[in-house]
Design a protein around this ligand. Structure first.
Ligand SMILES: [Fe+2]
Length: 374
């Protein structure tokens, strides 16, 4: 029986339909239209003209699907172009994100993933979880092989002469991963994995844990239950470039900071945590943390922190600045720091001498008074 072209749906063919060799099915159309063989009907009526039309419509459909895909993934044309040049193309596949994680992380999140209830995230199953200090928690998140691939990809991009913006206002050495086509995979990482951890650590009262193995977490609500955006980048510190990072707070609500290079590959480069922005203790040293490959340290973005100078080697880390627009619209956010950040309320007066490591050139009005302590 002769198959017919349906004029209103000429290219709706089963995916299993074989591609006809150009010389058989699309000889006329191939002269002007496809670079790749199209999918003409198995047997078409109407001769070469009908086949050429089918091929043309197939090309149009493929192009539309590519554009729709790009829009859906939120990629810029530059990011789309970089995909063809990527060192590790598998990093860009959203379906592979789950394979990035240490297996125990998935077990810790499984009940939340099934139910949507973040209070069921089992923090104690997160591998090697530690309360570094009140409000600063770390655990093993990414497999070392993924860390190595991400770092190599960032180096490949930096050294390849591709267009690049600075990752933030304070770092010169780094790559914004969102800009090179990795935004979709980090969106998946956030939505399907980190969101549960954020809710359990820094979310609403109904979802947030208070203790871990009897140790108080010391966290509070920073929008972890409703995170909806991220700015993701890799930063590198070395003696010949950015040596360290001055004391600051992040322009985000919750920061996830993952070590990409181990402590044995650099000297110096400690992550120093001080108090919360606007708090009387915000210039007191709270904790000093040293990165490990794959280990993620989580903290509120408004906790003052900085990186001490790297004396040898190179220190690299993956940073996700995450935020919740919903939380930022609440009175709770304004009460915590929103009015200060927005300039509607002045910063509290600095009270007394700071711990030297917590002194900030950019944020402290009395910096010169205490800079002799450095
Ligand atoms: Fe920071």
């Amino acid at each position: 029986m002769e198959a017919r072209l349906l004029p209103h749906h000429p290219i709706c063919l089963p995916r299993s339909a074989p591609l006809l060799p150009t010389s058989v099915g699309c000889v006329a159309a191939a002269r002007t239209l496809p670079r790749k063989p199209c999918r003409p009907p198995p047997v078409a009526t109407g001769g070469l003209a009908a086949i050429a039309v089918a091929c043309f419509l197939d090309r149009v459909s493929r192009r539309r699907r590519r554009i729709r895909g790009r829009v859906f993934r939120g990629l810029s044309p530059e990011a789309e172009a970089y995909l063809a040049e990527a060192l590790h193309p598998e990093l860009f596949k959203t379906k592979k994100v789950e394979e990035w994680l240490e297996p125990e992380v998935l077990r810790a999140l499984s009940r939340w993933r099934e139910s949507g209830d973040a209070s069921l995230v089992d923090l104690e199953l997160l591998p090697g979880i530690r309360v570094e200090a009140p409000g600063v928690i770390s655990f093993a998140l990414l497999r070392p092989s993924v860390c190595a691939s991400l770092l190599a990809e960032a180096r490949h991009y930096s050294e390849g002469g591709f267009p690049a913006e600075l990752p933030n206002s304070m770092n010169r050495e780094g790559v914004i991963l969102n800009d090179i086509g990795l935004r979709p995979v980090f969106t998946i990482l956030l939505r399907k994995h980190l969101a549960g951890i954020a809710a359990r650590l820094l979310g609403n009262d109904s979802e947030r844990a208070t203790h871990l193995g009897g140790v108080p977490l010391g966290t509070e609500n920073w929008g972890g239950s409703t995170l909806n955006d991220h700015h993701t980048f890799i930063v590198r510190y070395k003696p010949q470039g950015d040596r360290g990072l001055a004391m600051h707070v992040d322009e985000c609500d919750i920061t996830f900071n993952v070590g990409l290079s181990g402590g044995d590959s650099f000297v110096g480069g400690d992550l120093a945590f001080c108090g919360m922005f606007g708090d009387p203790t915000y210039r007191r040293l709270h904790h000093t943390y040293r990165h490990e490959v794959g280990r993620c340290v989580v903290h509120a973005g408004k906790r003052r922190h900085g990186v001490t100078d790297v004396e040898e080697g190179e220190r690299a880390s993956l940073v996700l600045w995450t935020k919740s627009l919903l939380f930022r619209g609440t009175q709770e956010y304004k009460d915590k720091c929103g009015d200060i950040v927005a300039g509607r309320k002045p910063l509290p007066e600095e009270m007394g001498p700071p711990d030297p490591i917590c002194l900030s050139l950019t944020h402290d009005r009395d910096y010169l008074r205490w800079s002799h302590l450095l």
